[in-house]
Design a protein around this ligand. Structure first.
Ligand SMILES: NC(=O)c1ccc[n+]([C@@H]2O[C@H](COP(=O)([O-])OP(=O)(O)OC[C@H]3O[C@@H](n4cnc5c(N)ncnc54)[C@H](O)[C@@H]3O)[C@@H](O)[C@H]2O)c1
Length: 311
């Protein structure tokens, strides 16, 4: 392959990202983890699937960052995942240290890369990565909105018994219980769902979307979602590597947009070569803006916690 994706963290999300990226022949993949043998074992297993899956992407598992040199994309999934009863925010102390360490190590070997953060609490970890990398904000992006929107799309498709392919959805805000699904921008073949479903049903779908991660944590009991998160991170990587200019909701560093300053939060952006090409501002109703303010305040609280912890 001509391009290289480094995936840091060879756990559930990381290994699935490596699998999805390789099977799409997006790039060669370097899978890094701190646990000896884990990335090597998963990397080799994925290579041995290649003849059957019919792809020629290289997958290298390693504990050594040297192999990540000159990556085009760095996907950060290292850290701990939540268990039942935990919120994403409970992970902040442990994951801030891990994200800082891995981003520093990877960024200096791939100074032109675009970093996609997956580790939770997502928006706060983007702040840590921005500082640790020294990269410009357009090259440090968080994955949350693509996943939250995919969940919303699936629930819409189920409710209306239509193909997931006919659905579009937008979820804004921080990646937490305060996220803001936007029904009037969520459509089936261009028709807003507000025209297709009663208000109480839409509210139930929005609530299920906001609790989508917790629903899966509750079912799995030993970890959190990983298939859809990996698909979402790889969709972002593909948009960047193929310079698609795809409009996707991503956590990005706002400097005045939507009325927020120096804050990572999920909004629609244009993704292509070099990362975020444009932050798209949509006019929100006063009610939507107040929900987004609430979500932004939750992220601001986490940023304050980071500052108190010395990050
Ligand atoms: N943004 C999202 O929407 C989203 C969705 C799902 C999961 N997540 C988050 O992604 C993270 C990973 O989830 P998972 O299910 O893959 O967890 P996991 O426990 O399966 O994998 C995490 C991996 O990180 C590795 N790791 C820990 N410290 C490391 C270090 N210093 N260097 C390299 N690797 C290190 C661990 O050894 C482990 O293999 C969690 O923080 C989780 O909350 C975010």
């Amino acid at each position: 392959m001509l391009q290289k994706i480094t995936v840091i963290g060879a756990g559930n999300v990381g290994a699935t990202c490596a699998q999805r990226a390789a099977e799409k022949e997006l790039a060669d993949v370097v899978l890094v983890d701190v646990v000896e043998g884990l990335p090597q074992g998963k990397g080799l297993d994925l290579c041995e699937a290649a003849p059957v899956e019919k792809h020629d992407a290289g997958i290298l598992g390693t504990n050594d960052y040297a192999a990540t040199k000159d990556s085009d994309i760095i996907i950060v999934t290292a850290g701990i995942a939540r268990k039942p009863g935990m919120s994403r925010d409970d992970l902040i102390k442990t994951n801030a240290g891990i994200v800082q360490t891995v981003v520093k190590a990877a960024a200096k070997l791939s100074p032109q890369a675009v970093i996609i953060i997956v580790s939770n609490p997502l928006d706060a970890m983007c702040h840590v990565a921005l500082k640790a990398s020294g990269f410009p904000p357009e090259r440090v992006i968080g994955m949350a909105g693509v996943l939250d929107s995919a969940r919303f799309r699936f629930f819409i498709s189920e409710a209306l018994d239509v193909s997931v392919e006919s659905t579009h959805a937008f979820v804004l805000g921080g990646h937490g219980d305060t996220m803001v699904p936007l029904p009037r921008f969520s459509t089936v073949a261009g028709i807003p769902i507000t025209e297709l479903l009663p208000a109480d049903k839409i509210k139930a779908l929005c609530d299920r979307t906001a609790n989508g991660g917790a629903e899966i944590v509750g079912l799995l009991k030993t970890g959190s979602a990983f298939y859809a998160p990996a698909s979402s991170a790889v969709e972002m990587a593909a948009a960047i590597l193929k310079d698609k200019n795809k409009v996707l909701p991503c956590a990005v560093y706002l400097q005045g947009q939507y009325g927020y300053n120096d804050l990572y939060i999920g909004v629609p952006v244009k993704l292509g070569q070099g990362g975020v090409k444009q932050i798209i501002e949509i006019k929100l109703t006063p009610e939507e803006k107040s929900l987004l303010d609430n979500s932004a305040n939750a992220v601001k609280g986490l940023v304050k916690t980071l500052a108190d912890l010395g990050y």
